[in-house]
Design a binder for this molecule. Structure first.
Ligand code: CAP
Ligand code: MG
Length: 408
């Protein structure tokens, strides 16, 4: 079969097909042939005709069924993919094709999985509803912080910062993405001491609090750490889904823990940031959700990271859109946030969001507890429809935060 044999512009995708939409800029072949090359290499073909190709295989080929400018849509027969195996899916539709000379740029913009394949994945154990239930918070955004400095605090200081953040009003405290089991803050000690502080904060505030422990590590070790968290009364863990990998995420989800899973996406921008090449964050978000993440970073549009609002909205949609048998996952807004940005964030996200501020809590002139209070006050004000400046008149922590940080 030649590349052009993978074009079938009259084809109407079947309900059982996997659909991928690409942005394609041709390389050393014309656009149509390059599109055929993508469909071939990501399904059953290669660069030359094969003596081993059997007539019964023709129906297994992927078909380019639409080309609109640079947008190329491909339908893949479901038989090409092993159910419940995300790495396998990605090795086809996000594999060799990015490096072919037939293309100069190629971006996987979106993916649609048929019901039968969706059913082979567990999706989130908790999702939006479940996370709200865990924390006992029905109708407001959740407030989280990341312990800062991101590396270097000794265990005792780490636990104390967590305690102050919870006491100030954070619902969630989490480890940073690159904190694991370093000598200055050993994993097991950290779990014990920080969970102790969580219990103390719960008692003192009467609110439920969560500690999201980063368990990202080699897969066997990651499972051991997750078990340690569960055995010591933890309810939540965090995994860096891309550096650990989708297989690791699947393993963690399917290991049978009752833990909720927080997904950090460190490294995503290496392939989501180029506008015309790579894989979109929307695809990553969909796949992380079907694999079972309960909550995932999706950008902020207003903070320190580069993603524009329209991308953030796509990512949120990927977590919340109806998907057969798969619960919606909670979007996490994080990166450069502080109280002055809260009203805008709520306009973008609505109420189902975890607002996370690291620097924007621990950088408050009066410290962590005041920083957490200021964030909580900003959420209260935004929920009541009162301007931050007005609310700050009676809330000194918020006032101080607004003096320190402004909207950009
Ligand atoms: C935020 C953060 C998160 C980023 C990741 C950081 O800290 O802890 O890792 O949110 O970006 O290390 O930068 P600050 P994204 O609140 O101090 O900025 O959510 O876009 O994946
Ligand atoms: Mg971080």
């Amino acid at each position: 079969m030649r590349y052009l044999d993978f074009l079938d512009l009259n084809y109407k995708p079947k309900e059982t097909d996997v659909i991928c939409h690409f942005h394609l800029e041709p390389g050393d072949l014309p656009l149509r042939e390059a599109a055929g090359a993508v469909a071939a290499e990501s399904s059953i073909g290669t660069w030359t005709e094969l003596r081993t190709m059997k007539p019964y295989m023709i129906e297994l080929r992927a078909r380019v069924y639409e080309i609109k400018g640079h947008r190329v849509s491909v339908a893949y027969p479901i038989e090409l993919f092993e159910p419940g195996n995300l790495p396998n899916l990605l090795s086809s539709v996000a594999g060799n094709i990015f490096g072919m000379s037939a293309i100069s740029k190629l971006r996987l913009l979106d993916i649609e999985l048929p019901e039968e394949l969706l059913r082979s994945y567990p999706g989130p154990r908790y999702g939006i509803e479940g996370v709200r239930e865990l924390l006992g918070i029905r109708d407001r955004p959740l407030l989280g912080t990341i312990i800062k400095p991101k590396l270097g605090l000794k265990t005792r200081d780490h636990a104390m910062v967590a305690y102050l953040a919870w006491r100030g009003g954070c619902d969630i405290v989490k480890d940073d993405e690159n904190l694991a089991d370093q000598r200055f803050n050993p994993f097991e000690d950290r779990v014990i001491e920080t969970l102790e502080m969580r219990d103390r904060a719960e008692e003192e505030t009467g609110e439920r609090k969560a500690y999201l422990v980063n368990v990202t590590a080699e897969t066997g070790e990651m499972l051991r750490r997750a078990e340690y968290v569960e055995d010591h009364g933890g309810r939540y863990v965090m995994i860096d889904i891309l550096t650990a990998g989708f297989a690791a995420l699947q393993t963690l989800r399917e290991a049978g823990f009752k833990l909720a899973l927080h997904g950090h996406r460190a490294g995503h921008a290496a392939f989501t940031r180029p506008e015309r090449h790579g894989v979109s964050m929307r695809v990553i978000a969909k796949l992380a959700r079907i694999a079972g993440i309960d909550q995932l970073h999706v950008g902020t549009a207003v903070g320190k990271m580069a993603e524009p609002k329209e991308r953030v909205l796509e990512n949120i949609e990927a977590l919340k859109m109806p998907m057969t048998g798969i619960k919606p996952a909670m979007p996490v807004a994080s990166g450069g946030l502080h109280p002055a940005l809260v009203p805008e964030l709520l306009k973008i996200f609505g109420v189902d969001v975890i607002i996370q501020a690291g620097g924007g809590v621990h950088g408050h002139p009066d410290g962590t507890e005041a920083g957490a209070k200021a964030m909580r006050q900003a959420i209260e004000a935004a929920m009541k429809g009162i301007s931050l400046r007005e609310y700050a008149e009676e809330h000194s922590e918020l006032k101080m935060a607004l003096e320190r940080w402004r909207r950009r």
